[in-house]
Design a binder for this molecule. Structure first.
Ligand code: CAA
Length: 700
């Protein structure tokens, strides 16, 4: 027996303890260990029943995700579940923490389940683009029927122990003394003397076949309302499997489930979602890891605009004390009103209690005097995106805040090193780049300057974790990671626009790709004036020979700043729904005519290929410049900050799916038109030469 499973006999009951840190994932060693222990306990005359419990915070996080896609090694999880279920001696699962996916399927195969009150159980496989593949779709409906089983498996959300008990998934819930309670239950079952009833033989969920079939039909109708995605088949296959549970004998149902599981596992969507899961956990692996972060209890925020107010709401929600500083009394009042509006809205929608709002509000102070920030542990500057204003603020902060306080800027583009140089303490300066609305968006780029101290970097990551955000480490460059890739995406879209496509066509193509919104819808929402100001700032340094699309400038000159001005790429006669606008089309056509461009047509697939190639190529440049640590960090930025479809895993994962040679050849073909933009990054050639993919750089 491997060391991952230990067992002892207590009062005639074998207590098996799973011990595979950090989350008792059911990798091959653990499966083999459980298998041997179950067989040994079954053969031992001193054992009358078996309790399976676990060491650590969680019972089990399920199958080991890192084994997916590799050749299977026996014993398989379905076989292990069948072995447990077939045991003549009662098997009881004792669940603490989380029992998820295969971990809960293992428990479902036991003859009884008992959990600690704080435990959660669930089948979240759908969030990884797959379905429960170890009997979960067959055993769950046998216990609780189709409708709750569909809710659990399609929803993917874990249930609290008491709720799971009420549904019939658990046989008992205890406050504490979990293992003793499981042993007591085992003793009772032995004393009862009745043969154990395997879950496969249970019929509790089949009592009303008509209701069962109605639930299946309702799920299919709901499913038909969302556009089918052949790259993400999990949802529809889950419904098939739950239906099969009623229609097929158990073993045939298991075979059906297995084949559906394997179909899903091989889908692009499953690979993308699995990549996203692991990528999000990898971002925290930074060179500074292990350095004790500077403590943060009180934060000063400069600027109560849209961004500053969102940041403050996020900080207050995480229990921090916050001091807002604005440039004058009127701006301060406006900032406080913005914060109050967000809170009122949350209370009105039932997302926050009035008590929580009052408690949070009590931790907020406001002032028009920057010297009130003398005692804060961190300042987040969220003033206007103007280098002179920000540099002056940093100079002032240097003389105001206490030694050791962190000076952070929320700049989207400006050079952190320039701001750091305005202070006498460049080691304390860092970029904390939030995304708007900052109390909602999950992403935070932690921008590390040339002299940023390691404990300032780890403090940025610790703050993100406290705010429930995912932090990604970025180096200094224009736009850091996200906005740099966005610029490349927009440039590719603009070339396509100027060459013949319409904004609506490009937006539709990118929505069909899976983006939450198309690039021109995003521009209209964000406001065209902000990027116009930036383009004007960069104009003197722009390569005059480089291709430059002026359509956005012409729209701005015509006062079309997007939704807020009633017109941008689209017009907004009814408020927020954009309509194609002949005036925009006229501007585009005039630009084409001025440049002598004969418009040509583009398919949706071509538009998608161009935009993706631009994003992945810019990503490769960011990597070769050392701005990001690894390709999967870029993916996390695009997934959590820019609406890239999670099931595609991010642009670097998409590039791996396409194949890097194919990507390079596509870029070379486009480079014939506009070489300076489309030239393939050197890194691409390096990877191709060595037969490697972006994914290979994630593990280094
Ligand atoms: N397989 C492999 N590794 C896993 C894992 C899994 N199922 N679940 C978590 N891990 C790893 C994480 O990658 C992370 O690794 P690093 O330390 O190297 O970064 C580590 O365990 C800790 O994970 P978290 O940071 O997520 O820890 P947490 O305490 O915040 O959350 C958790 C714990 C709730 C269990 C969470 O990890 C989680 O939700 N895990 C995935 C659960 C899941 O989706 N299970 C279904 C698996 S598929 C399946 O089981 C298919 C089947 O039917 C056969």
């Amino acid at each position: 027996m491997t060391q991952m499973v230990t067992w002892e006999i207590r009062d005639g009951i074998a207590v098996l303890t799973l011990d595979n840190p950090p989350v008792n994932a059911l990798g091959q060693d653990l499966r083999a260990g459980i298998w041997q222990a179950i067989e040994a306990a079954g053969a031992d005359p001193a054992v009358q029943a078996i309790v399976i419990c676990a060491e650590g915070r969680n019972f089990s996080a399920g199958a080991d995700i890192r084994e997916f896609g590799k050749p299977p090694v026996a014993p398989s999880l379905p076989d292990l579940c069948n072995l447990i279920e077939a045991s003549a001696k009662p098997v009881i699962a004792a669940i603490q923490g989380k029992a998820l996916g295969g971990g809960f399927e293992l428990a479902l195969a036991a003859h009884a389940r008992i959990a600690q009150r704080t435990a959660k159980v669930g089948l979240p496989e759908v969030t990884l683009g797959i379905l429960p593949g170890a009997g979960g779709t067959q055993r769950t409906p046998r216990l609780i029927g189709a409708e709750p089983a569909l809710r659990l498996i399609l929803g993917g959300k874990p249930l609290r122990a008491r709720d799971a008990q009420a549904m019939g998934l658990l046989d008992g819930v205890v406050e504490d003394g979990l293992v003793d309670a499981a042993i007591a239950l085992a003793r009772n079952m032995v004393a009862d003397g009745k043969p154990v009833v395997p879950t496969r033989a249970r019929r509790d969920g089949f009592h009303e076949p008509a209701a069962y079939e109605a639930a299946i039909a309702a799920a299919r109708t709901a499913q038909d309302k969302v556009p089918a995605n052949p790259d993400l088949p999990a949802n529809s296959r889950i419904i098939d499997c739950i239906e099969a549970a009623l229609l097929l004998p158990f073993d045939a149902g298991l075979t059906f489930e297995r084949s559906a599981f394997e179909d899903c596992l091989g889908s692009i969507g499953a690979r993308g979602l699995r990549h996203a899961f692991l990528a999000e956990r990898r971002t925290a692996k930074i060179p500074e890891l292990g350095t004790q972060p500077r403590a943060i209890a009180h934060v000063g925020v400069i600027g109560g605009g849209l961004m500053g107010a969102g940041i403050i709401v996020a900080l207050m929600g995480a229990g921090l004390a916050v001091s807002l500083v604005e440039r004058d009394h009127d701006s301060l009042v406006a900032g406080l009103e913005r914060i109050a509006d967000i809170h009122e809205n949350a209370v009105a929608k039932g997302r926050m209690t009035a008590e929580a709002r009052d408690e949070q509000w009590a931790r907020l102070k406001g002032s028009a005097d920057i010297t009130t920030l003398a005692e804060v542990d961190l300042v987040i500057e969220a003033a206007s995106e103007d280098e002179a204003i920000k540099t002056a603020l940093f100079r002032q902060l240097d003389s105001v805040v206490k030694p050791g306080a962190i000076l952070a800027t929320n700049t989207s583009y400006l050079d952190i090193n320039t701001l750091a140089a305005a202070t006498s303490r460049p080691g304390d300066v860092v970029g904390l780049h939030f995304f708007s609305p900052a109390h909602i968006m999950r992403l935070m780029e932690v921008v590390v300057g040339a002299q940023t101290a390691p404990d300032v970097v780890t403090a940025g990551f610790a703050l993100a974790a406290r705010l429930g955000k995912v932090a990604v480490r970025a180096g200094v460059c224009d736009g850091f990671i996200g906005n740099r890739i966005l610029t490349a995406y927009r440039t590719a879209a603009d070339f396509t626009l100027e060459d013949g496509a319409s904004p609506a066509q490009i937006d539709a193509a990118m929505r069909a790709f899976g983006m939450a919104l198309g690039p021109y819808q995003v521009s209209d929402m964000a406001g065209l004036d902000i990027s116009w100001a930036r383009r004007k700032r960069l104009a003197p340094t722009r390569d005059p020979k480089a291709r430059y699309v002026s359509i956005a400038d012409r729209l701005c000159e015509a006062g079309r700043f997007g939704q807020k001005s009633g017109a941008g790429y689209y017009s907004y006669p009814d408020g927020r729904v954009g309509k194609e606008d002949p005036a925009t089309q006229a501007i585009i056509e005039a630009e084409r005519a001025a440049k002598g461009i004969t418009p040509r047509s583009f398919t949706a697939e071509e538009i998608q290929r161009r935009c993706l190639a631009a994003m992945a190529n810019e990503g490769a440049r960011i990597l070769q410049e050392g701005i990001a640590l690894r390709p999967s960090d870029l993916d996390v930025v695009l997934l959590s900050g820019y609406g890239y479809p999670r099931w595609r895993g991010g642009p670097m994962q998409s590039a791996d799916e396409i194949g890097l040679l194919e990507l390079k050849n596509t870029l070379l073909a486009y480079a014939k038109e506009t070489p300076e933009f489309w030239r393939p990054a050197d890194l691409l050639g390096e990877l191709i030469k060595n037969g490697r993919h972006f994914a290979d750089l994630n593990e280094t």
